[in-house]
Design a protein around this ligand. Structure first.
Ligand code: ZN
Length: 160
């Protein structure tokens, strides 16, 4: 992402107790969390203790078919880790990294079956969060059917 973001990785399961010490003063972004209602309710309790309630919740909205293409088309360089997509940002030569000539590989869980399973979990567990945060007036929906730079700009504009 653009701008001066500093990244601190916090794991909910193992280190929620450590959050008060590690939480940046200026603010924070939780990426891909919470993923279900019980987590969201626990998060509310932790953030209330810290006196840092959520300001916004961003939903990156994208069609299922586009999402499927993005995930199943993803390839990454085994050497320099650069990420490609065979549909939207392919390498010049198939299977070969433009930057370092390394071999491009697909993550084992980026196949259609696994993605479909993940989407089922999303529908049953994560989708209810939309109403949960909408009722609290926190939800911002960003149309994520665009390039990375454009989506970053859209997200930053709702966070300002
Ligand atoms: Zn490479």
């Amino acid at each position: 992402m653009r701008g001066n973001w500093s990244v601190t990785r916090l794991s909910w399961a193992s280190s929620a107790n450590a959050w008060p010490n590690r939480m940046p003063r200026a603010g924070f972004v939780l990426d891909g969390f919470p993923r279900n209602i019980p987590q969201a309710e626990s998060l509310d309790v932790v953030l209330a203790d810290l006196e840092k309630p959520l300001d916004r919740v961003v939903l990156m909205d994208v069609d299922f078919d586009i999402l499927l293409k993005r995930i199943t088309g993803r390839r990454s360089c085994a050497d320099c880790k650069r990420v490609y997509n065979v549909h939207t940002s392919p390498p010049k030569e198939e299977g070969v990294c433009d930057v370092c000539g390394g071999e491009l590989t697909q993550r084992a869980d980026d196949n259609e079956e696994t993605v479909s399973n993940r989407l089922r979990v999303y529908e049953s567990e994560t989708a209810p969060l939309v109403a949960f945060y909408e009722e609290r007036g926190l939800l911002q929906v960003v149309d994520a059917d665009a390039g990375i730079d454009e989506v970053c700009e859209r997200i930053e504009s709702v966070l300002r």
